[in-house]
Write a protein that binds this ligand. Structure first.
Ligand code: SF4
Ligand code: SF4
Length: 431
């Protein structure tokens, strides 16, 4: 038994807590999870059945913890898990799962299959069976602080650029601000307008906020690759910065996994509650709308539809807020069939986008989104996750669909009335 396989085996064994054991023992093999997964529906290949993807974890549970498994092992009647099994399952666990959680919604016995796949990744990564792209991203996240290698000078350059373009000041390291905003690498490098947009909206609504030079990156590649230690280091970095600045809340940006990582997994990862709240940017924008602090002019007239990012909507519960905001900003908003909590994934979450090997399969799976979009034929597609945005665009291009992609935050910023409701003071001591 090689040392890396031994590490992987032990890591899988350590994942088997009471919920995982209950999930594994209660599967009735009904196959309903298959029809919920876009990798199965668009390929028809039974190997993409969600519960099949956790077979390495099931094997370890069976041979280590079940009576019949232990007996069969003692009598030499069972086929134990091997390194070859892990090697074979690598593409199933990483390339054909976005951790979207749709399968978990349909299981009649309540198995959270996405959670089980996430746990299986812990063993795969420990055994050295993780995709090179994700390993590189995780390494950069720990050493540089960003999975795409975005360092502070790159952020500062984008801040200067946005300050010029929007004609306003972007606050940095303001102690006592109400909110500390996080950004994903993709936003910093590909969509800096998101940063300009939040600055414009917050100035318009009189919100006190700041960025932190110590922790500005929201993406948590530790969650994506399945290494809790890395995930915890990245969460701790944000917690330290937020507590140092004494902010009341941290705002997760238009990124699905970042929200899941910091809001729902974060306190468990570092083993204590945070001294601040965590909100998704759409939750903050909806609060501002409710308080009458968003003054909209010239509502969008194009027919808009909304793609719910899996970790924001289905897994994160932010489902009503984007619809309220779209009704505010657009005259003609329509939902796609199966939108909301059963929305189909863009196919690129959970680290799939960082894994070039998965590109062909991802684009095959995109046919599900294509069918959803064809049902409503929108003039533009809105989302609230920069990863979804990039890979939805990629899928639309592949299938020659000419539908512009919009960010919900940027759409709101673009339709704000010019007059400011209140002037922001960046120094809280002056307020
Ligand atoms: S979490 Fe999503 S992508 Fe992964 S197996 Fe379940 S339905 Fe498929
Ligand atoms: S839907 Fe649930 S019970 Fe049915 S095969 Fe999948 S995991 Fe097992």
């Amino acid at each position: 038994m090689s040392a890396s396989f031994e590490r992987g085996y032990q890591a899988l064994k350590e994942q088997i807590d009471a919920p995982i054991a209950a999930f594994l023992s209660s599967c009735v093999h009904c196959g309903m999870c298959a029809e919920a997964c876009l990798f199965y529906t668009e390929t028809g290949d039974p190997k993409f059945t969600p519960i099949h993807k956790v077979e390495p974890l099931r094997k370890v549970w069976h041979q280590e913890y079940s009576f019949w498994g232990k007996l069969a092992r003692a009598l030499g009647l069972s086929k134990p898990l091997t390194d070859a099994d892990l090697c074979e399952w690598e593409t199933l666990v990483y390339d054909s799962c976005t951790l979207c959680g749709r399968c978990s919604m349909v299981c009649p016995v309540g198995n959270d299959i996405a959670y089980m796949i996430r746990k299986t990744r812990e063993g795969m990564a420990a055994a050295g069976h993780a995709p090179a792209g994700l390993i590189g991203a995780s390494r950069r996240a720990v050493t540089i602080g960003s999975p795409m290698g975005v360092k502070l000078p790159a952020l500062q350059a984008q801040i200067r650029h946005m300050e010029q373009e929007y004609g306003l000041k972007i606050p940095l390291d303001v102690e006592g601000a109400e909110y500390m905003c996080l950004l994903s690498s993709m936003e910093i490098m590909n969509f800096p307008e998101y940063l300009g947009s939040i600055a414009k909206i917050f100035q318009h609504a009189g919100v006190s906020w700041t960025l932190s030079t110590q922790a500005f990156e929201a993406t948590n590649s530790g969650i994506q690759i399945g290494v809790s230690d890395i995930a915890a280091i990245l969460v701790q970095c944000i917690v330290d910065a937020a507590e140092k600045l004494k902010v009341k809340a941290v705002i997760s940006p238009e990124c699905g996994h970042a929200y899941m990582a910091i809001r729902w997994e974060g306190p468990n990862l570092i083993g204590r509650p945070f001294g601040f709240r965590v909100l998704h940017i759409l939750e903050v924008l909806e609060q501002l709308r409710e308080q009458g602090k968003l003054n909209i002019k010239d509502r969008e007239v194009r027919k808009l539809t909304y793609h719910d990012p899996c970790q924001v909507g289905r897994r994160g519960g932010v489902l009503e807020q984007p619809r309220q905001l779209l009704d505010m900003v657009a005259e003609n908003f329509v939902d796609m069939p199966e939108a909301g909590k059963m929305n189909w994934c863009c196919g690129a979450g959970g680290g799939v986008s960082t894994n070039e090997r998965a590109d062909e399969l991802r684009l095959t799976a995109f046919k599900r989104k294509k069918a959803q979009l064809e049902a409503v034929a929108p003039d533009a597609l809105v989302s609230a996750c920069s990863n979804c945005r990039i890979y939805l665009e990629d899928g639309l291009e592949e299938y020659h669909m000419d539908i512009p992609l919009l960010s919900l935050t940027e759409t709101i910023a673009n339709h704000l009335a010019d007059e400011k409701l209140e002037v922001i003071h960046h120094d809280p001591h002056l307020q």
